[in-house]
Design a protein around this ligand. Structure first.
Ligand code: NAG
Ligand code: NAG
Ligand code: NAG
Ligand code: NAG
Length: 437
């Protein structure tokens, strides 16, 4: 009986509230998940996602078959390029070693002249930790047995192989014949045919077993602590060789930048011109300038006061295009002591950027390179989902359609919002599975 009056009061109140809220005369309250960048007061990160990538259970909690008692031989992975490319190839190589029932030797990190490097695997990654974590996934040895250690491995280079091929067919015979081989994995390979235990070895190696050496991690944590929080780690790629390599043309760059690009072009990297240039651009082949990046960040409602850590090399051009809009930008060189900074190699700096980027509140990349793929996957591994790749293709297409100003911002917001909702690009490897939220 006493419920009734209360019910009436509540109904009346609800009705009253509904009338007030729905009344057209009420002031417009900005919604924090608005679709429009102009009325949106809230960053892209507040959009509700419907897809999330997580490490697949089949390797996280896998019940692995025991390792074969007989090994088919020793495999060393030879790795080339920048840190993240080497890491990618190494992870592949671990999968191959398991596939072939081989014993893994610590990899050789080749020092490409371009990087001016001396860092080897053990200078960057914690070897003991790696060996421990791979227990049960693949056999790893720190040292070769004496009867083999004096020999150089027989070299199997798959990196140039095109199309699909099979490691058991094409590499196992060499392993059995020479007992010790080095391998450079191919980009295109048939991982889909790997048994689960070989894929699990790859995933475990890449996402669980590699951590920086204690020394490097300490340095990276010092850097991380020095960055004002919360912060966005922004991987910007606009160096002369990058631009030269892209074969893209830009107008409105400073003469210093134009000269640097020209010098990096050499004789055989002439940029596309005319219609071909536009087609190339529309395919998303052209690196975003810092100025374009700042524009897209604004389109995504990233506040201009955001703390931004520049995860980038030393040779960035036209950085004022970003820093004139986003004024709280910090760099490694400003945060590390100059002594530290000068003695560091490219790989070491890349390792710092990597560490900061897998621990930042959010991560954005203007390119889709090896570092970006590795960082995105590691962030997904750690449950950090504020990760986004800025779309060069969307930017090119929309500007080619003549959009500018607010209309361009609106369209950019929409393109990126859809990517973010679907978790596109946030983890691409074979080791992650899609979860509907
Ligand atoms: C956005 O709104 C939702 C509820 O609609 C709220 O839970 C969330 O905290 C808000 N986020 C911000 C940043 O205001
Ligand atoms: C590796 O060992 C497993 C058994 O542990 C076996 O099924 C598989 O055929 C072996 N593969 C090669 C390439 O030796
Ligand atoms: C490589 O580094 C050394 C010092 O570590 C320096 O003297 C040399 O000029 C560098 N070479 C290039 C090509 O950058
Ligand atoms: C980019 O450059 C153009 C032309 O120099 C300038 O008008 C514009 O304000 C710049 N935009 C940003 C975001 O820096």
């Amino acid at each position: 009986m006493r419920v009734k009056p209360l019910f009436i009061i509540i109904s009346t109140l609800s009705l009253f509230l509904a009338v007030v809220l729905l009344s057209p005369t009420r002031p417009v309250v900005p919604s924090n998940s608005s679709d429009s960048p102009n009325s949106a007061k809230s960053e892209i990160w507040n959009v509700k996602r419907i897809v999330e990538w997580r490490p697949c259970n089949w390797w996280l909690q896998s019940h692995l078959p025991p390792l074969p008692s007989e090994s088919n031989g020793y495999i060393r992975v030879n790795c080339y390029g920048g840190l993240n490319q080497m890491r990618r190839d190494f992870c592949d190589g671990v999968g191959i070693a398991r596939l072939l029932n081989a014993t893994l030797v610590l990899p050789k990190f080749e020092v490409a002249a371009y990087w001016n490097e001396s860092s080897g695997f053990a200078d960057v990654f914690d070897v003991d930790y790696f060996i421990n974590k791979m227990n049960g996934f693949v056999k790893v040895v720190r040292e070769l047995p004496p009867e083999i250690s004096s020999k150089e491995p027989y070299q199997v280079d798959c990196s140039k192989r095109k199309g699909q091929f099979d490691y058991i067919e094409s590499v196992l015979p060499s392993l059995l014949k020479y007992h010790y081989i080095s391998i450079t994995p191919a980009m295109s390979q048939r991982r889909d045919r790997y048994p689960k235990y070989a894929k699990a070895a790859l995933c475990q190696a890449c996402y669980s077993a590699l951590r920086l050496t204690e020394l490097l991690e300490k340095k990276a944590n010092e850097l991380l602590e020095a960055i004002p929080k919360p912060f966005l780690s922004l991987h910007l790629r606009f160096e002369p060789d990058m631009v030269a390599y892209s074969k893209c043309q830009y107008s409105g760059l400073s003469s210093t930048s134009m000269k640097a690009i020209q010098a990096a072009r050499g004789d055989d990297r002439n940029p596309w011109t005319g219609e071909a240039a536009q087609i190339w651009r529309n395919r998303g082949k052209c690196p975003l300038t810092p100025n374009e990046t700042a524009f897209i960040l604004q389109a995504l409602s990233i506040p201009r006061s955001t703390n931004i850590y520049l995860a980038a090399g030393d040779g960035l051009m036209e950085i004022e295009g970003l820093t004139s809009i986003y004024t709280n930008v910090v760099t490694k060189s400003a945060l590390l002591s100059s002594e530290d900074f000068e003695t560091m190699h490219g790989n070491t700096k890349a390792a710092l950027d990597y560490h900061v980027s897998i621990n930042s509140d959010s991560y954005m990349a203007t390119y889709f390179g090896n570092m970006d793929k590795m960082v995105a996957a590691m962030r997904a591994f750690k449950g950090l989902y504020k990760t986004l790749f800025l779309s060069r293709r969307a930017f090119a297409k929309l500007t080619a359609e003549g959009l500018e100003g607010k209309a361009l911002m609106e369209a950019l917001w929409k393109a990126h919002k859809d990517d973010f909702i679907m978790g596109r690009g946030s983890a691409l490897s074979d080791c992650f599975c899609e979860f509907k939220l």
